[in-house]
Design a protein around this ligand. Structure first.
Ligand code: ZN
Length: 486
């Protein structure tokens, strides 16, 4: 009798559980804005491609070693922009900051409206791999593409913004709010001299922007199970950046009579402890929001899982942890990158060091990471010192309920037909880091559709942008300014 009651009770509970899962799945509605696609790009794309080609032909390569930078090329690039976009240069206010940073201001008619800020960078990474179909600085236009270093990262975007402004001026458009364009020149090596100085100036003037948009993520396809459509991934936050040097000093001596633990052994043990105890997985902020945007677009049963994260989140976290790319979106990562000890095989080290790189997830900080690292190592012989040159706290997450996100989403849906929009955490850092205090809404998205097999061309070989994608990009910036400024 008692067993029968227990079985009935269990069956009733199971039914309730299934009902809750089914109701939540049915209520898990699409977050995609319903808008009509607008007409395709009005700019003459053949002429725009020629201008982009010209920009690629100026090799504005940045380098960590400043003595290796050919600053003449940045001066040449500035002159090139003046000649290519005469209306921009006669109608907008242009400031050159810290010798090569560029800040353009297109004054709006309504001073009460907060301006918007579009960012891109003038520099490109060097070419280290051979095997290009067309030489990397040829700017060749062939097979429906503009080829060369910078077409995707990030001159395509820079030129696309200027194409949009040039066209709008010619078309008689007058923005209600001011539009600012800022182009740093050392993004690929940290961005301090370019974007860093531009942001400093804007902060000293007390400027505030409705939203800031920079590179970061793009539109991708085939990356999420069950979704065939292109997905425009809009970065709403960046992880923080911290490298810690671990060091152990010892007296040294001959390797024939070593102590039980050498400095190298102690360091190795500390690194092993850090690897064995990764930071906890947390499905939070933009990583969680990504699935609230993509879940409703997925087929059953994926949709059911993401509609019921209260139940399935441990399973989702386990699946995401299985691959480095997705694991990085749910935890602060730990990457030992450098090790050194004695210079000779039979000499005990007097100093052994290791460098461990951390990418910090929202909810943690530089200080909390250092505290945890010391606790996990738990050995006072190991000194833990931050490498001060490159420390960034994780950025705040920009709200997807903001007017800025609504404008960006609408513009994507209008100019990139059939594309879904989803917020996401950016695993690397961009120039946008410097601008976080200047607006509560900092988005990292370049309107490029990049097929999975072409993603590696960024910083790699055969970087190129299709003319169709470039036309779509110009149209996006054009429409973004119209949507923000009317
Ligand atoms: Zn870039």
């Amino acid at each position: 009798m008692a067993i029968c009651v227990a079985i009935s009770l269990l069956a009733a509970l199971l039914l309730i559980l299934l009902a809750v899962i089914a109701i939540r799945t049915a209520l898990f509605k699409s977050k995609q804005l319903s808008v009509s696609a607008i007409a395709s790009c009005p700019v003459n794309i053949a002429a725009a491609a020629e201008r982009l080609s010209g920009a690629i032909q100026v090799p504005t390569v940045s380098s960590l070693d400043e003595s290796q930078v050919d600053f003449e090329q940045l001066a040449r690039f500035r002159e090139y922009l003046s000649a290519a976009f005469p209306r921009v240069h006669s109608s907008l206010d242009k400031q050159v900051i810290n010798n090569h940073g560029l800040l353009y201001t297109w004054k709006g008619s309504d001073p009460a409206m907060k301006p918007i800020l579009l960012l891109a960078h003038q520099d490109v990474v060097p070419v280290t791999v051979e095997g290009w179909t067309h030489p990397p600085f040829s700017g060749a236009i062939a097979d429906g593409y503009v080829w060369g270093r910078g077409t995707l990262d990030d001159k395509g975007s820079l030129m696309g913004m200027l194409e949009a402004v040039e066209f709008l001026i010619k078309d008689g458009f007058r923005p209600s709010r001011s539009v600012c364009l800022a182009f740093g020149f050392d993004e690929e090596v940290g961005g301090r001299q370019g974007a860093g100085k531009i942001a400093e100036l804007l902060k000293s003037e007390g400027q505030q922007f409705e939203f800031v948009i920079d590179e970061g993520l793009v539109a991708v396809s085939g990356m999420f199970p069950g979704i065939i459509a292109w997905i425009a991934l809009v970065g709403t936050a960046e992880k923080g950046y911290l490298s810690l040097e671990l060091s152990v000093q010892a007296t040294g001596g001959h390797a024939a009579q070593p102590p039980r633990e050498t400095a190298a052994g102690i360091i190795a043990k500390a690194v092993a402890k850090l690897q064995a105890k990764p930071f906890p997985a947390r499905l939070t902020g933009p990583a969680a929001e990504l699935f609230s945007y993509l879940g409703p677009e997925m087929p059953f049963p994926n949709k059911m899982i993401f509609a019921n994260m209260w139940l399935f989140s441990p399973l989702v976290k386990r699946l995401l942890s299985a691959k480095p790319a997705t694991d990085a979106s749910i935890r602060t990562t730990t990457a030992p990158t450098m090790l050194s000890g004695s210079a000779q095989d039979n000499v005990l080290p007097t100093l052994a060091t290791a460098v461990v790189n951390f990418r910090i997830l929202q909810g943690e900080s530089v200080q909390s990471v250092i505290k945890r690292v010391k606790a996990v190592i738990g050995d006072p012989r190991v000194k833990v010192s931050p490498i001060l040159k490159t420390i960034f706290e994780p950025s705040p997450a920009s709200s997807t309920d903001s007017p800025g996100f609504a404008i960006v989403s609408r513009t994507i849906r209008e100019t990139m037909p059939g594309t879904l929009v989803a917020p996401m955490l950016v695993p690397a850092r961009t120039d946008c880091t410097y601008f976080t205090g200047l607006s509560p809404c900092c988005f990292r998205f370049v309107p490029e559709r990049i097929p999975g097999n072409e993603l590696s061309s960024i910083h790699g070989v055969n970087e190129r942008i299709s003319l169709d994608s470039y036309a779509e990009m110009i149209n996006f910036y054009l429409r973004l300014m119209q949507n923000s400024c009317t």
